[in-house]
Design a protein around this ligand. Sequence first.
Ligand code: UD1
Length: 422
Amino acid sequence: MDSILVTGNGPLKGQIPIAGAKNACLTLMPATLLSEEPLTLTNAPRLSDIKTMSQLLQSLGAEVTALNDGKVLAMSGHGVDNPLAHYDIVRKMRASNLVLGPLLARLGQAQVSLPGGCAIGARPMDIHVTALEQLGAEIELKDGYLHAAAPRGLKGAEITLRFASVGATENTLMAATLAKGTTVLKNAAREPEIVDLARCLRAMGALIDGEGTDTIVIDGVDRLHGATHQVVTDRIELGTYMIAPAIAGGEVELLGGDIALVETLTQKLQAAGVEVSQTNAGVLVSRPNGRIRAVDVKTEIYPGFPTDLQAQMMALMCTAEGNSVLEETIFENRFMHAPELMRMGAQIEVQGGIAKVAGVAQLKGAPVMATDLRASVSLILAGLAAEGETRVNRVYHLDRGYENVEEKLSGVGAIIQRVPGE
Ligand code: UD1
């Protein structure tokens, strides 16, 4: 398995291009199952998770062709005829569950294996199942698979999610586009990736209103047509690379970045003493001299602080002046990076969903283990600020969510290289 070697090299300077959003692309791709006609996505990120979703869609009978070095995904749901999302593919990635709603709507049935993905909590599917049942689906769990059927078709309904789950909102939204009548989805997730999905579905002919608020109204249509859609910027990649100059010092411009996508992170960074501003080309982040100040962070659903930036923020707080409290409210097991950061000299105390971090003046390079996607990148960020060499082992998680990390960071002056595993 590959490792990444990072050596602290002082302040960063330059520009980093930000890719299209992994989490948007992973829900936009299954939307192709809803239509007979072609769906083309531009600004797609080049990631192993996208390849996994391509394989899954192809196994269901869809066509997926990566063009322009993977930045364009030309898809067609014309030949979709297989309702079975097999465990062998689904176990690689939890987002595979996003084929459930579209398959049900298009084929009237779906058998989807319960997913795997990052080991950051139990991540059940009850919210997806309850919402789809309210649309008229009959769903049972057998042999590790959700067996779903809608023998009389899906019917619009008023649905209130017990929690604003991102995936459940996406599955329900996609299914409701082809249901008979009106669906009112309450306590819906408001993440920018959901807004992006709604825009794409609307370009395909869906009737949707209210995305980005907690109530989405969908008027079902008989069929959806083809469309071309540009994937929204990846706010998590953006936020991650905003933290790079904050932790290592220097000034970096994140090309294509939009502060509106990362408002809570921006506020926290500014409170910590980091300068953040919007430019014509993107977001400019600089931390001139001296240590940053400690700030407290609590992860919340959008527009709160994203759980997917909590590990990176913890790495930053390890180097801050003072004590900070990080509270994780979305996933119950998402501090696995803490003991790894402690191997680098960080002072962290974890109690349940709360991590107390006492900032240290200097982190020290060490061999560390990547435990999930965002944890991996937090260790790389820590390595940028550490004295000596940090070896991040088991980086396969990283390739699921970050394209060309070594290239992007060495482009702004970091000393970073990939060491291929045996
Ligand atoms: C998505 C993102 C992920 C991000 C998360 C929260 C994708 C591909 N992944 O994941 O990167 O960390 O949103 O912003 O977009 N839950 C239930 N029952 C359910 C569904 C969820 O209890 O049926 C719980 C989960 O266990 C978790 C919480 O709700 O504790 C949030 O999950 P959810 O919003 O569904 O996240 P995902 O869509 O899986």
